[in-house]
Write a protein that binds this ligand. Structure first.
Ligand code: F6P
Length: 363
């Protein structure tokens, strides 16, 4: 009897709204259209080391389109090429990639679908080079992956951040304060730029444009002179003053990407209050930006990317990820995503538009 075709799917890195929508799209297309069995690997690559997986039935992926997080679980610590062991604090790294490859062979799947950010996709690219048929879907709220115009999860994060900025306007206006909203994004300013413009931030500080504190203070004072007794500042967690450095919140020693950023808004707030005498408060949005249901835009994008991934499997396009190019979903070489973060270009049209409406970037 002919063996039933099967594929495996995993989610790695930080959770991101729309991940379940991708899992659903991949599994539904595989099951409905092609009769392919889908194996869900639990907790990212960790599941391929500790052999934690389960068959995904149609019912498992039905009703998850709007659900946040990932039904498969994830890990942003597990790199099989540099594996510290789950909860192993000794930090003696070893290469267990052969074990992963052997487990995949035993599973008998024809392809591994990896949904992840740059860390996961870099690992996926290595496995592809080591002979594993891989198809990937890029995922991050930060929108900082190369090879795709946009990532799913970004639109949701921007919506959440913009709503939060809208809400702090109330306090800023009523109390005549400076309100600072700190958003995520690592070394890229996409979330700050888009949410800042969407919510009319007076000052937007992004990692790509190191700021001069004098310029920020000048803008706040200038607004005050004009009778605008409040200011809204949107700052990316990776923003830094010219000649200065980023604010590190935490070092996660057993994570491939060890640095966690955060706290710049407190330093900035203190300085502004000191120099202007205007009461200043800050809100760090943190993981709120990654939680909850994806926006309709992200649900649509996730569905297009997931179905494209299965189409790529059918065409034997391994070593590629589904990426966005203009209005199209295209296959992009996996190594593209591993080339490092995609930052906001200094001449980005949205920066130019924002400057035209008086937004200060601290430069
Ligand atoms: O990459 C997504 C992201 O949310 C970044 O914006 C943020 O810097 C980081 O992950 C936080 O990671 P963790 O959830 O490990 O604190």
């Amino acid at each position: 009897m002919k063996k039933k075709r099967s594929i495996a799917i995993l989610t790695g890195g930080g959770d991101c709204p729309g991940t379940n929508a991708v899992i659903r799209a991949v599994a539904k297309k595989a099951i409905i259209e092609l009769g392919i069995e889908v194996i869900g690997i639990e907790d990212g690559f960790e599941g391929l080391i500790s052999r934690k997986w389960r068959k995904l039935h149609y019912e498992d992926v039905s009703g998850i389109l709007t659900v946040g997080g990932t039904i498969l679980g994830t890990s942003n610590k597990c790199d099989p090429y540099r594996y510290a062991g789950e909860n192993d604090k000794t930090l003696k790294f070893r290469d267990v990639s052969r074990m992963v490859i052997s487990n995949l062979k035993k599973l008998g799947v024809e392809c591994l679908v990896c949904i992840g950010g740059d860390g996961t996709l870099t690992i996926a690219s290595k496995f592809h080079k080591d002979g594993v048929p891989i198809v990937a879907v890029p995922k991050t709220i930060d929108n900082d992956l190369r090879g795709t115009d946009v990532t799913f999860g970004f639109d949701t994060a921007v919506s959440i951040a913009a709503e939060a900025i809208d809400r702090v306007h109330t306090t800023a206006q009523s109390h005549h304060r400076v309100m600072i909203v700190e958003v995520m994004g690592r070394t890229a300013g996409w979330i700050a730029l888009y949410s800042g413009v969407a919510a009319g931030g007076d000052i937007i500080l992004i990692p790509e444009i190191p700021y001069h504190i004098e310029s920020v203070i000048g803008k706040v004072k200038g607004r005050n002179r004009m009778g605008k007794r409040f200011s809204i500042i949107v700052v990316s967690e990776g923003a830094k003053p010219k000649g200065g450095s980023v604010v590190v919140r935490q070092i996660v020693k057993d994570s491939p990407e060890q640095v966690r950023l955060g706290g710049i808004s407190f330093i900035l707030g203190h300085k502004i209050e000191q120099e202007t005498g205007i009461e200043t408060r800050q809100v760090v949005l943190g993981h709120l930006q990654r939680g909850g249901t994806p926006t309709p835009t992200d649900r649509v994008l996730a569905t297009r990317l997931g179905t494209k991934a299965v189409e790529m499997i059918e065409k034997g396009q391994f070593g590629y990820m589904a990426g966005v190019k203009g209005d199209h979903i295209v296959a992009v070489g996996l190594e593209e995503a591993a080339k490092g973060p995609r930052n906001v270009p200094l001449g980005h049209p949205l920066i130019i538009s924002a400057r035209s409406v008086g937004t200060c970037f601290g430069d």
